[in-house]
Design a protein around this ligand. Structure first.
Ligand code: ZN
Length: 380
């Protein structure tokens, strides 16, 4: 990595005393290791059983050097949820970024292949990335050898800093976006989450090696890589496992949190969600995990995919209704058809919904004037 933004060296010697203190303060919950997946018929992902990890530390010690392998902490904030055998998610908080969540509002997802794992999105910081790396090693017996960045947003990718020994990969557009914006995004998330949470975090750029149609092998079957170039951002990575009917869409599926439309396309995002729904996934791993269909195949209206589609459709329909009433863009913030009280309880409503209204208005006004249609039929 030759880019001047990329700093590849981590400092485990300085990190571990602070990390152990942090881990002791956070809620303990080591998770069960191999083969403890949720039963396929369960409605919610299984929170795996707490256990001690002294054995796991011994088990993995032979595969790493003593210098590079810190001891397993006695307690951890690890919150891995098993979805199917070989797939885990550490859900993001349904909150705005703040000191309380230390910026961890996006999920981390692990795909096992033997003793190794691919991590999708390392999280917001060096410290969180280190916690993810060590909890995977100690609790699941896995070495993260590959990290895929889903898109170029701070809360998803700045944890790259913790994975000096792994292969870091993303789409070309995501790498370009990180190169252009990550100096500012690091400053922004430091302002929101606090300097302590981002201590030591640097921007580490991935390789621009991911392309749509590529396949990725894992113990849970083969994954197909998809990319959406006009949805939440200009490059949103999605992985689809046909065998498991399991969809990984970290940036497109929100739950209990207002979607971020600032760099996206409302119409493009709606089309992407409809396309993903047509894959008929059983599980969708987005900001959190949710079942998208019950065991009989009936869509679950409460899934993250359906909820995200519901908000974005309500937003789009509100803009069209306001335009048809003859309102102007200046009236949009106060327009009752755009208040969307059903989503007032979602995190970020006060901070972001008004901005989303403006963004949606700019996109939909010319679309409406040109006679464009809006496909907001229910997902069925
Ligand atoms: Zn994002």
């Amino acid at each position: 990595m030759t880019d001047r933004l990329a700093v590849t060296r981590t400092r485990p010697g300085r990190f571990w005393p602070a990390a152990l203190l942090l881990l002791a303060l956070l809620r303990p919950g080591w998770v069960e290791a191999h083969g403890n997946a949720a039963p396929a018929a369960s409605h919610e992902p299984a929170m795996v059983t707490p256990k001690t990890v002294a054995g796991a530390a011994t088990e993995t010690a032979a595969t790493a050097t003593a210098e590079a392998t810190p001891p397993c902490p006695a307690a951890s904030a690890a919150r891995w949820q098993a979805i199917v055998p070989g797939v885990w998610i550490w859900p993001g908080a349904a909150q705005e970024i703040g000191p309380g969540n230390r910026g961890q509002v996006a999920s981390q997802i692990l795909l096992r292949e033997g003793r190794s794992a691919t991590l999708i999105d390392p999280g917001p910081s060096l410290a969180h990335g280190q916690l993810v790396r060590e909890s995977a090693r100690c609790a699941l017996g896995l070495t993260i050898t590959r990290v895929l960045d889903s898109h170029a947003h701070a809360e998803n990718v700045l944890g790259n800093a913790a994975f000096a020994g792994a292969r870091l990969e993303a789409s070309a557009a995501t790498v370009a976006g990180m190169r252009a914006r990550c100096p500012q995004c690091l400053a922004s998330i430091t302002h929101s989450a606090g300097a302590a949470a981002l201590d030591g975090t640097t921007v580490r750029l991935p390789e621009a090696s991911l392309r749509p149609g590529q396949r990725l092998a894992s113990d849970s079957g083969r994954w197909q890589i998809m990319e959406f170039s006009a949805a939440h951002s200009d490059s949103d990575l999605v992985l689809w496992n046909e065998e498991q009917h399991l969809l990984v869409a970290p940036s497109l599926v929100y739950q209990g949190r207002i979607p971020e439309l600032a760099q996206g396309s409302l119409l493009g995002w709606l089309a992407a969600l409809r396309q993903l729904h047509r894959l008929r996934p059983d599980w969708v791993l987005g900001q959190q995990a949710s079942r998208h269909a019950d065991p009989s195949g009936t869509p679950a209206n409460s899934s993250g995919l359906a909820a995200s589609h519901g908000y974005l459709c309500a937003l789009a329909q509100g803009v069209i209704a306001a335009l048809e009433l003859g309102r102007s863009a200046n009236e949009a913030p106060e327009a009752p058809e755009l208040a969307l009280p059903a989503y007032a309880g979602w995190a970020g409503h006060a901070e972001r919904h008004g901005f989303n209204v403006q963004r949606a208005w700019r996109e939909l006004e010319p679309h409406w004037m040109n006679g464009g249609r809006l496909d907001c039929a229910p997902l069925d």
